[in-house]
Design a protein. Structure first.
Length: 368
């Protein structure tokens, strides 16, 4: 499958150029084609998107592709790496600041939310965002306005959020490192980028693309990849994914002779393949019970139900009572509370009468 455009053709518009770059990212492998089709369906919407994948899989490239296919394509695309900024700096970068807000604030400056107004804000490595900042980010997403540091005046913002992470946010939520409400706010639609070793049909198309790209940069007329080099490229596990492949081809062109990359010209990494991330990256393992519970609770919190605590307590008591076949002593021990407290909770839930003195033996003759 050929590339869609010539990047040097000045008559090609910006959308086509980004499409060409993204097609170089997800090229011929069937799973990549499915991903591209999914991107094209999601992009025109205003839904927030969470892009997951290992380092080097091209998450920002996909984010730019989503932006260029959206109705915001003529507006700014602003990218911010949440893991590259300190906790003290990231607030002023995101929300801006007024003159005199802190030492060194000699002038007022808008933050990235205001810079991206009308367009798309890409928050890369959002899993590294400090917990205290997650609360403030959630508020901005809910209220659609920002307040700069040192100011009490709010500024309306209209941005589409695309976030990316290379960590398992389900586990981060369960561990208390990432807010469940923020997770569900940004995770309206998910795009999972498989590692290069799991879409091997993309390896050689990408390699040839990088050969063409770097030949132009280095001033070479053309270059070829030998059959032995192709075999080595296909056999490699690519722990660094597309970024590693690009660097390998770049180095190969620097050292190859007579415009032909040989297997000996490939500087392949000996790093181990990272462990699979069972939720974020599409493995078949199930999330932990704690992760599932945290997710379900977050959904309930999003609904903002009244009397949620009492409802959950009643459900817990009834479920324990039913699980123990009506044996109150067993259910109480299961929950780690006294039998009297458990009976009071059953009475409040209407399961037994307040003055009910029926013993659990009536329910379970062989009760311990």
């Amino acid at each position: 499958m050929p590339l869609l455009t010539n990047p040097d053709d000045k008559s090609v518009d910006a959308r086509t150029l980004v499409r060409e770059r993204a097609t170089a990212l997800v090229f011929e492998d069937p799973t990549s084609c499915e991903l591209l089709a999914r991107i094209e369906r999601l992009a025109p919407s205003e839904a927030s998107v969470l892009i997951t994948g290992e380092t080097g899989t091209g998450k920002e490239l996909v984010a730019r592709h989503v932006h260029q296919l959206s109705r915001r394509s003529q507006r700014p695309f602003v990218a911010l790496n949440c893991g590259a900024l300190t906790e003290s700096l990231i607030e002023s970068e995101l929300f801006g600041y007024e003159k005199g807000a802190f030492t060194g604030a000699l002038t007022s400056r808008p933050g990235w939310f205001e810079e991206a107004h009308g367009g798309t804000l890409f928050l890369d490595e959002i899993g590294d965002l400090p917990f205290s900042m997650q609360v403030k980010l959630l508020r901005v997403l809910q209220e659609k306005e920002v307040v700069r540091l040192g100011s009490r005046v709010s500024h309306p913002v209209d941005v589409r959020i695309i976030a990316a992470t290379n960590i398992n946010l389900f586990d981060a939520v369960a561990a208390g490192h990432f807010r469940a409400d923020l997770f569900y706010r940004i995770n309206v639609a998910t795009l999972n980028l498989l590692p290069l070793r799991k879409r091997r049909g993309d390896i050689m198309p990408l390699a040839r693309h990088f050969v063409t790209q770097y030949c132009k940069r280095l001033g070479h007329n053309s270059a070829q990849i030998s059959e032995a080099a192709e075999t080595a490229l296909m056999a490699h596990l690519w722990p660094g994914n597309i970024r590693e492949l690009e660097n390998v081809i770049h180095y190969g062109l620097l050292v190859c002779r007579q415009g032909r990359i040989q297997a000996g010209d490939l500087h392949l990494s000996r790093l181990q393949v990272p462990a699979e991330n069972s939720i974020a990256f599409g493995a078949t393992e199930s999330p932990s019970i704690e992760s599932r519970m945290a997710s379900l609770l977050a959904e309930l919190f999003e609904e903002q139900r009244t009397g949620l605590y009492d409802s959950l307590e009643e459900m817990l008591v009834k479920t324990a009572w039913q699980y123990c076949h009506g044996n109150q002593s067993r259910a109480a021990r299961l929950l780690g509370i006294s039998r009297n407290i458990f009976r009071a909770r059953l009475a409040r839930a209407g399961v037994i009468g307040v003055s009910d003195s029926t013993s659990e033996e009536a329910w379970l003759p062989n009760a311990l």
